[in-house]
Write a protein that binds this ligand. Sequence first.
Ligand SMILES: [Zn+2]
Length: 482
Amino acid sequence: MAAENDFVKDITKKSVDFSAWYVDVIKKAELADYSPMKGMMVIRPYGYEIWELIRDQLDRMFKESGHRNAYFPLFIPESLLKKEAEHVEGFAPEVAWVTVGGGEVLEERLAVRPTSEAIICSMYSKWVKSWRDLPLLYNQWANVVRWEKVTRLFLRTTEFLWQEGHTVHATAEEAEEETLRMLATYRRLAEDYLAIPVVTGLKSDSEKFAGAVRTYAIEMLMPDGKALQAGTSHNLGQNFAKAFNIRYESKEQKLEYAWQTSWGATTRLIGALIMTHGDDSGLILPPRVAPIQAVIVPISAGNWQETVLPHAKKILNELKAAGLRVHLDDRDSYTPGWKYADWEMRGVPVRVEIGPKDIEKQQVVLVSRLDRKKSFVPWNGLAAELGSLLEHIQAELYRRAKAFHDENTRPAATYDELSEAMAGSRGLIKSGWCGGRDCEAKVKAGTAATIRVILDQPDATLGKCAVCGQKASHTVLFAKSY
Ligand SMILES: [Zn+2]
């Protein structure tokens, strides 16, 4: 175990300094690195492979519900961005502008897209003519730029990768249905693939998307007691349709403004994965989004390259053929102990050990990243055994995260209780709220907590606003957030 200890000392312990641990793990596991441009990060291949798995899964879900991908330009003329007043006001402070092109000062400056409603709506006004054109269900995979003052790898960077869905509907009901459908899609991705429980709900007016009628979000609770907004779905109503003149002829041959939605999820999800599941030894990746689900480490004793390696290669090919993402670590320059610690740090869910004794017995040793529990498994039927161990790890990671989420979702009936919770272990604090902006602002100013979501189901035991004591119109979750 000496090698392992030597190795892990390079990473700050998660229990000692969470923020330092987070950065150490990202850099050591080669997920991402800082770039020469302040606030902008480089996603390295191992981090990008995680993104590809998340992206591919989301993309499948979007397509199953009838959405199609398209691509729109990176630049947005200022006049277009200004068309929807609330939208431009909300985004203005973080927009980067292009003022010179081809050596000449541009007549109109161009925004580097902070989000694409403006450019997409300008096209929709050309494409939408009749009720027969609706619904229009498009998604774009892209990068966006928001000039951030304080940045953190994956969680908040000036440029990030995301998808943005933009849909057009004939009725308000259809737009609301779509908004909720995509919120449910994000919940499914988070819970079934990332193994992270979420709470969903409506945003308060002060937290909603600039230009939306209603914003819904999925929120996750991180181990340091702070909430992470991990996906948003906006009902835009007719705000953009009116600003951009998106009208269609109805079946009754009347000209009507269309109803719209937009929704997005970003590379921030990778930050959520790292924080939620990792431990003192490094990353732990849920098998469904792990680029390497199992790593085969041959025991390098004697002339192992002739005795052990051929068997390891045969097992590799069989597992790959079964559709599992498996890597064989046949490097000669490291000891097995060093390799164990290295792959543990990179969060690979299962290690497959094979040595001369295992070959005699026609077995391998499977070691779970969760608890280093070993199981001896015969070659015959190995793929099925490994598959079920991976499913077990996936479920166990969710169970752990859910237990933490539930334990740290607590009620606070008064401002003092709320304030005490925020000064202590934080968490998602459930309170009554009268709906007043002043009460919301007072909590933010006094405790740095904001309303993360308004819950669908009001809690009858929290009948009064925690701040002013008046009758509560909503039950909300307050939290400090990333
Ligand atoms: Zn109040």
